[in-house]
Design a protein around this ligand. Structure first.
Ligand SMILES: [Ca+2]
Ligand SMILES: [Ca+2]
Length: 221
């Protein structure tokens, strides 16, 4: 039986004006594919969280119900101290994560303002950003009522923070999650948390559970 030839089907003509858009989409797809292949854009929206050693201030371990004073040049795990800070066990007050947290106004000197800082790895890629999160509260045992401080990136202020301790207690610290973003200027970044609370006070802002997240623009994980 003769089978009649099947005519080759011509593609349906695109409506006028769509050709330019198709070309643009094709070019964009090709560009993304090329950048992904070069590692300029990651294949997934974002990588894993950046390693922040001792982000929870759990080392060194302070004996139960005690605290330890750290001064300039001393280390709390991977963090270096400037000024004076207190590393406090949960027996003193509630930690946000684990059993220890840091009072950024230390003890035992005439200038109680302190800071902690460390350098973390921040590889640079096009569109890559980093998000820093941390838990913030304030030493509720004495004034000033409002504690203040700064989160700094490479020594520059990235975020000013404040915490009102009104109504807060050592068993209900009222931690809040703070976050900010930064664009890395090199493959490593120094992250710092510093008190700007009255240097005459030994009762400053309290931080815990510092994390850095890898982001593609604002898509982080
Ligand atoms: Ca902790
Ligand atoms: Ca203190």
């Amino acid at each position: 039986m003769d089978i009649p030839d099947t005519p080759t089907k011509s593609p349906a003509p695109r409506p006028a004006g769509t050709t330019r858009w198709w070309r643009r989409i094709s070019r964009s797809a090709a560009l993304i594919a090329a950048l992904t292949g070069l590692g300029v854009i990651t294949a997934t929206p974002a990588g894993a969280a950046v390693q922040v050693p001792d982000g929870s201030f759990e080392f060194p371990q302070v004996p139960l119900n005690t605290f330890r004073i750290f001064t300039t040049g001393q280390s709390i795990g991977a963090w270096t101290v400037r000024g004076t800070v207190d590393l406090k066990h949960e027996g003193f007050w509630e930690a946000a994560d684990g059993v220890q947290s840091v009072d950024l106004n230390g003890s035992g000197t005439h200038n109680f303002q302190g800071a902690v800082y460390q350098t973390v790895s921040t590889p640079r890629f096009l569109l890559r950003r980093y998000m820093v999160t941390y838990q913030l509260a304030g030493n509720p045992e004495s004034g000033p009522r409002v504690k203040t401080g700064e989160a700094r990136i490479n020594g520059e202020v990235a975020q000013r923070f404040s915490f009102d301790t009104a109504g807060k207690t050592t068993t209900d610290m009222g931690y809040v999650t703070k976050r900010f973003y930064f664009k890395p200027s090199s493959s490593s970044t120094t992250l710092e948390f510093a008190s700007t609370t009255d240097p005459a006070s030994a009762y400053g802002p309290v931080i815990d559970d510092v994390r850095v997240w890898d982001c593609l623009v604002f898509l982080c994980r």
